[in-house]
Ligand binder design. Structure first.
Ligand SMILES: C[S@@+](CC[C@H](N)C(=O)[O-])C[C@H]1O[C@@H](n2cnc3c(N)ncnc32)[C@H](O)[C@@H]1O
Length: 255
């Protein structure tokens, strides 16, 4: 039967790869690379570097395809994403059935870990539910951007016995979660800026391109450093054409 690996490759540093991931990489006949546009060519290049560096037998193939575009005509966010996922499911299903023979292994190299703000597993579930192509699949965990952020700032994510919350910029904009510590991902709008005035004691630990050569780290009182972060973020984004950043907001007395 065909087999698909969803391999977590870590959040940007090729050395975040686990031994389990290297073993899985070496079993793969066909890698599916999904191109998300020119600005993210660097992300495709990292996947190629990982294959070059860790695979001993170079007889694998790479199939590249372009990600479907989200339909801006669908106003509701959730409906728009669900529609986009259905399109991706059809595309992935086609690749799995056309590019793999019955006894071959394919793989999607997932940024960070497949369990965190990534839709590949949801898409695979949809393909399984459609029953058009038979395959088994396995998930190999990877180092998330949240772990990379904590390591690079040398911080623990939770206070003693406390909980942490991992959320998105979109949710943060709807109201700061009532937690002592909040890790924020997917914040293209620098929502932390609007909190800088209100949350005077809050500290921010911010990181962009974590684990990569262009890594930028900033930490400090949110009111003091939010302008600096915004400036660095804008400059880096202009220079590279894309940015990935994650941050933790923390009440200082609970560190
Ligand atoms: C679609 S999510 C994917 C998360 C990924 N599955 C993970 O495990 O980290 C993309 C978001 O992850 C965060 N991210 C991923 N890699 C990062 C990196 N190297 N540096 C900073 N943030 C990163 C950013 O918040 C970015 O907007």
């Amino acid at each position: 039967m065909r087999k698909i690996y969803l391999i977590g490759i870590g959040a940007g540093n090729p050395e975040y790869i686990t031994i389990q991931a290297i073993k899985a990489l070496n079993l793969v006949d066909v890698f599916f690379f999904v191109d998300k546009g020119d600005a993210k060519q660097e992300l495709v290049d990292l996947r190629k570097e990982i294959c070059d560096r860790y695979i001993e037998n170079k007889s694998y193939r790479v199939v590249e395809t372009s990600d479907p575009v989200r339909d801006p005509g669908i106003p509701d966010y959730k409906t728009r994403v669900e529609h986009w996922h259905r399109e991706r499911a059809l595309l992935y299903e086609q690749m799995i059935s056309l590019e793999l023979t019955e006894d071959q292994c394919g793989a999607f190299l997932v940024w960070g870990d497949p369990s965190l703000y990534d839709s590949t597993l949801r898409i695979i579930d949809q393909i399984v539910a459609r029953s058009q192509v038979a395959f088994e699949y396995e998930v190999v965990p990877g180092i998330t951007s949240v772990q990379a952020l904590a390591a690079r700032h040398k911080i623990t994510l939770n206070g003693i016995g406390e909980s942490i919350c991992i959320t998105t910029g979109r949710n943060l904009a709807a109201g700061l979660e009532q937690m002592e510590r909040v890790v924020v991902m997917l914040d293209g709008n620098c929502v932390f800026r609007s909190l800088a005035g209100q949350e005077k004691d809050t500290e921010i630990f911010w990181g962009a391109y974590l684990g990569m050569q262009d890594e930028i780290l900033v930490r400090g009182n949110l009111s003091d450093v939010s302008g600096e972060i915004e400036q660095k973020r804008t400059n880096a984004r202009e220079r590279k054409g894309w940015i990935m950043d994650t941050y933790m907001l923390s009440k200082p007395d609970r560190k």
